[in-house]
Design a protein around this ligand. Structure first.
Ligand code: BG6
Length: 496
C-alpha cells in the first residue's frame, strides 16, 4: 500500500532541523519506500521549489559532508511536496487533503507543533476524515508537565485516534546504544543470573550535557531538568535496564514490561525528598574552554530572563524499584546542563564477597562493574581484577578493564535516532514508542517529587558551569558509601 507522510508544522524548527535530515538518512540507506510522498504543511506561502531549497540548505548545514549526496537528495526531493494551510482550520486542511491524499494510501501524520494545539488539529483531522483506519499519528514531548496535563493532551489525541494509531516519540529509544541494551541483556544469557539484588549493589544512570540553555530559556524555565530529561529519557533507559525479559520483541510485550517497572518505582515521600533528591542550577563558570554565564544571566534575544527563577538545570535522584528482582538496590539517576562534558552511561555495580583470600598488602580487591557507555563514545566495559605479572610472593592484584568499544562500528552508522523511529512508524511497529500508560506512570512518579519539593521548599543548589554538578549530588552517594563513576576509569565505586 502506498504511504503518505504529512508533517504538520512542516517548515518549523523541529521539521527543518531534525525531521527532514532524518528522513534523508532513510533515503541514504535505501530504507525510504519509493512510493512515499512527504507533504510539509505550513501557513507560510512558498512554492515547491522554494520549499526544496529551504530543506536543502538545512540538510547541508546539519549532515556530515561525507553523508550528503546530491543524487540521493534529488531522489529524496522528488518525494517532498509543500501543502499551504493552517491545520487548525478544517477547510484549509481539507484543501490539502483534496490536493494530496486518497484513503487507499497509508497516512502518517507527524505533529511538529506545540502540544497546546494538538487538540484543535486533531479536531480538524477528524472533520476532514484524515483519521481513517490506515492513518497513524506521531507526537513528541513535551506531553504535558504533570500527569493531569498529560491526560488532558492524551484525551484530545485519543478522541480522534486509537492507542494503536498513536506513536509517542522518545528519541532516546531511537538511539543505537539504547537499543543495544536490549541486545546486551536478552541476547547474552550470562548476565541474566546476575541481574538482580543478590548480585547487584546499585545502578547509576548518568546523562550529562555541557551545553547551556541559551535561546531555549523560556521553554526550559517552564520545564527544568526533571521534566525535560528524567520523566522521559532517563526513565525509559531505566526501564530497559530493569525490566523483566519480555515474552517477545513486540510492542505489547516490551511496553507491558516497561510499565511494570514504572509502576513499581517507589514514590518518594515528602519527608525523604531532601535526602533522596538534589536540585541544582548552574552559575557562571568555564565550560568547553570558555567563560559562560550562569542560568540566571543567560542572554536571549527572544525572551526576558527571570532573575529569580528556581528552575533546576540539574537533578540527581536515588530511586528504588519495589519488586522481587530489585528490592534494596538503589538506582541513582542524574542529569544536568552545563556540566563538564556530554556523557551518558549506565553503571551496574556488582557486590563484592566479604571473604577475601588475597593479601590486603597486595591488593585492594574491588567489586566488578559493568559500564555501558551510551554517548558520545559507545562501548561496554567490564572492570575485573587481574594478577600483576611477576615473581612476587602471593598473588598481587590490579584492576583492569575488558573493553568493547563500538567506536568503529558507530562510525559506520549513517542514520540518527529519528530515522530509526521514522523507519518503524512507516513499518507500523510501536515497539520503540511509548504507551500512554507509561507516560502517565512516569508523570505520577515525577509529580510526587515536585510535590515534595514544594512541600519542603527545596530550591536548587548552585554549581559552577563546567563542573560535575552540586556537591550534594556527590553526598547523595557518599552518604551511602558509594561514588559516582565520573571520569572514565579513574574512580572505583568504593563499597564500605
Ligand atoms: C531533549 C531535551 O529531549 O533531549 C534537551 O529537551 C536535551 O534539553 C536533549 O538537550 C538531549 O538529547 P541528546 O540526544 O543530545 O542526548
Amino acid at each position: 500500500m502506498n504511504t503518505d507522510l504529512l508533517i504538520v508544522g512542516g517548515d518549523g524548527d523541529l521539521a527543518l532541523r531534525k525531521l527532514y535530515p532524518s528522513l534523508y538518512f532513510l533515503e541514504l540507506n535505501n530504507c525510504m519506500p519509493d512510493d512515499v510522498r512527504i507533504i510539509g504543511m505550513a501557513r507560510t506561502g512558498q512554492t515547491r521549489e522554494e520549499f526544496h531549497q529551504k530543506i536543502h540548505t538545512w540538510l547541508k548545514k546539519s549532515i556530515r559532508d561525507d553523508l550528503f549526496s546530491e543524487e540521493k537528495w534529488q531522489r529524496f526531493a522528488d518525494k517532498i511536496w509543500f501543502g499551504r494551510g493552517d491545520a487548525t482550520n478544517p477547510d484549509e486542511l481539507a484543501a490539502v487533503k483534496q490536493e494530496f491524499f486518497t484513503e487507499d494510501h497509508q497516512l502518517v501524520i507527524y505533529l511538529a507543533i506545540p502540544p497546546k494545539i494538538f487538540g484543535t488539529v486533531c479536531n480538524s483531522l477528524n472533520v476532514c476524515g484524515l483519521n481513517h483506519a490506515n492513518a497513524r499519528l506521531v507526537v513528541e514531548k513535551p506531553l504535558g508537565d504533570s500527569r493531569e496535563s498529560f491526560l488532558e493532551i492524551n484525551n484530545e489525541l485519543s478522541r480522534t485516534f486509537t492507542e494503536q494509531q498513536l506513536f509517542r516519540i522518545d528519541h532516546y529509544l531511537g538511539k543505537e546504544s539504547v537499543q543495544n541494551l536490549l541486545a546486551l541483556r536478552f541476547a547474552n544469557d550470562i548476565f541474566e543470573p546476575l541481574w538482580n539484588s543478590k548480585y547487584i549493589d546499585h545502578i547509576q544512570i548518568t546523562v550529562t550535557e555541557s551545553v547551556g540553555v541559551g535561546n531555549r530559556w523560556a521553554f526550559y524555565d517552564q520545564t527544568g531538568a526533571t521534566r525535560d530529561m528524567v520523566q522521559n529519557h532517563l526513565l525509559q533507559v531505566l526501564c530497559l535496564v530493569a525490566m523483566e525479559p519480555p515474552a517477545c520483541l513486540n510492542a505489547d510485550s516490551v511496553r507491558a514490561e516497561k510499565l511494570k517497572v514504572l509502576n513499581a518505582l517507589r514514590l518518594i515521600p515528602h519527608d525523604e525528598v531532601e535526602t533522596l533528591t538534589v536540585r541544582g542550577q548552574y552559575s557562571s563558570g568555564n565550560a568547553d574552554g570558555e567563560i559562560v554565564p550562569g542560568y540566571l544571566e543567560e542572554k536571549s534575544d527572544k525572551y526576558e530572563i527571570d532573575p529569580n527563577s528556581k528552575t533546576e538545570t540539574f537533578v540527581a535522584i536515588k530511586a528504588e524499584i519495589e519488586n522481587w528482582r530489585w528490592s534494596g538496590v538503589p538506582i541513582y539517576l542524574r542529569t544536568g546542563k552545563r556540566l563538564n562534558k556530554r556523557h551518558s552511561e549506565i553503571v551496574i555495580q556488582f557486590k563484592q564477597n566479604r571473604h577475601q583470600i588475597f593479601s590486603v598488602n597486595h591488593s585492594e580487591h574491588k567489586a566488578n562493574q559493568l559500564i555501558i557507555q551510551l554517548q558520545p563514545d559507545e562501548g561496554i566495559s567490564i572492570r575485573v581484577m587481574n594478577k600483576v605479572p611477576g615473581l612476587d610472593a602471593g598473588i598481587p592484584l590490579k584492576d583492569d578493564v575488558l573493553n568493547l568499544s563500538f567506536a568503529e562500528q558507530a562510525k559506520k552508522v549513517t542514520h540518527d535516532a529519528y530515522s530509526r523511529l521514522f523507519f518503524d512508524v512507516l513499518r507500523n511497529d510501536q515497539t520503540l514508542f511509548v504507551s500512554a500508560a507509561e507516560v502517565e506512570a512516569a508523570w505520577t512518579w515525577v509529580d510526587q517529587i515536585f510535590a515534595g519539593w514544594d512541600a519542603k521548599n527545596v530550591v536548587p543548589e548552585e554549581y559552577a558551569a563546567g563542573s560535575l554538578g552540586p556537591r550534594s549530588a556527590d553526598l547523595l552517594m557518599e552518604n551511602d558509601g558509594r561514588r559516582w563513576l565520573n571520569e572514565g576509569f579513574e574512580l572505583w565505586c568504593s563499597l564500605t
